[in-house]
Design a protein around this ligand. Structure first.
Ligand code: PEP
Ligand code: MN
Length: 345
């Protein structure tokens, strides 16, 4: 951290800043300039010292205190320069191959789920998605089948051999989700639900953490830090679009943000072109953009009859559309040296 003193701060003012820094067990290193003095703070800032910025900025003669390292540790490339690879039933996310997760937004019925699961597997997906506990803007809309949805996901997983990713919405549902799923999804609306983040940080399952729809990349990585700090090192990030002034799309897929996350963190990054766009016709181009920009995986909504979907029908691909996209992705992934991960069977 660097403390910038106000122009004209007296030597005794600089001394009181240095005294505070020393009291915290850190080392001050002043640079006396012609107009201003700057004090460098040397040493690791742990949680108790995190309030130091506010404390320093409350001095009338301090202009600002500026952290020079990032506000997260375990999520950062400084902590682990290589890439984290998360293995789920033999599927490696973050490795050299591109992973495709696909399935319905929401589990609606046994028939809908099994038909979709078999079709996405046939087309080359290696992880099955499906929501049993669904977040909804309106309290009156469909909120998923709950535990029954989890049981259906487990059945589809047994039939197809595909591991399952599903959203955990409420800390009280964590045990049930852990019983039936292989990866837990934290949705955009819960990115800053710190109690939930801490709880999944103690889970044995990998976590896919979606970016809050109005969160900065540093806030997203600090949310990942909550999970990592509890001891769960299997965290993947998911860019699912952010809110902007644009109304033609549901959200704006932040390809910049995804590339920044890939640069700043060693955690695998998944792209969700379905929530990011809200429109079926935009899912293929945004999927391709994400793969070209380095996404480790895609998560795509597919429905056998989107016109009658209970949730997110407008952004769900039909089965033939998904098959076509997979054929295109096979070529694109090879071109960017990221061949598609396929099941052995
Ligand atoms: C979803 O994946 O269906 C979903 C609700 O995602 P998000 O949290 O990104 O809106
Ligand atoms: Mn959805």
């Amino acid at each position: 951290m660097i403390v910038v003193m106000k122009a004209g701060a007296a030597r005794k003012d600089v001394d009181s800043v240095m005294d505070l820094i020393r009291e915290l067990g850190l080392r001050p290193q002043p640079i006396f300039g012609a107009e201003r003095t700057i004090v460098g703070v040397v040493g690791a800032l742990d949680e108790e010292k995190a309030g130091l910025i506010e404390q320093l900025e409350s001095f009338p003669f301090v202009d600002r205190a500026v952290p020079v390292s990032r506000p997260y540790k375990f999520a950062s490339r400084d902590w682990r320069p290589g890439k984290t690879i998360i293995e789920v039933n033999g599927v490696k996310i973050g490795g050299p191959q591109l992973v495709i997760m696909a399935g319905p937004c929401t589990v609606e019925s046994r028939g809908q789920l099994l038909e979709t699961a078999h079709a996405v597997k046939e087309a080359g997906a290696t992880i099955l998605r499906g929501g049993a506990f669904k977040p909804s803007t309106s309290p009156y809309s469909f909120h998923g089948l709950g535990r029954q949805g989890l049981e259906l996901l487990a059945e589809a997983s047994r039939e197809t051999g595909l591991p399952v990713i599903t959203e955990v919405l409420d800390p009280d549902d964590l045990a049930a989700c852990e019983e039936f799923a292989n990866i837990l999804q934290i949705g955009t609306r819960n990115m800053a639900n710190f109690a939930l983040l801490r709880k999944v940080g103690r889970s044995r399952l990998p976590i896919m953490l979606k970016r809050g729809m109005a969160s900065t990349i540093d806030e997203w990585l600090q949310a990942a830090e909550y999970i990592l700090a509890e001891g769960n090192s299997n965290v993947m990030l998911c860019e699912r679009g952010i809110r902007t002034f644009e109304t033609s799309t549901r959200n704006t897929f932040d390809v910049n943000g995804m590339a920044v996350a890939l640069e700043r963190s060693h955690l695998p990054v998944v792209a969700d072109p379905s929530q990011a766009t809200g429109h079926r016709y935009l899912v293929p181009p945004v999927s391709k953009a994400a793969v070209a920009a380095g996404a480790d995986a895609l998560i795509i909504e597919v429905h056998p009859d989107p016109a009658h979907a209970k949730k997110d029908g407008a952004q769900s691909l039909t089965i033939p559309e998904f098959q076509k996209l997979m054929a295109d992705l096979k070529i694109l992934a090879a071109a960017v040296n990221r061949p598609l991960s396929m099941q052995d069977s």
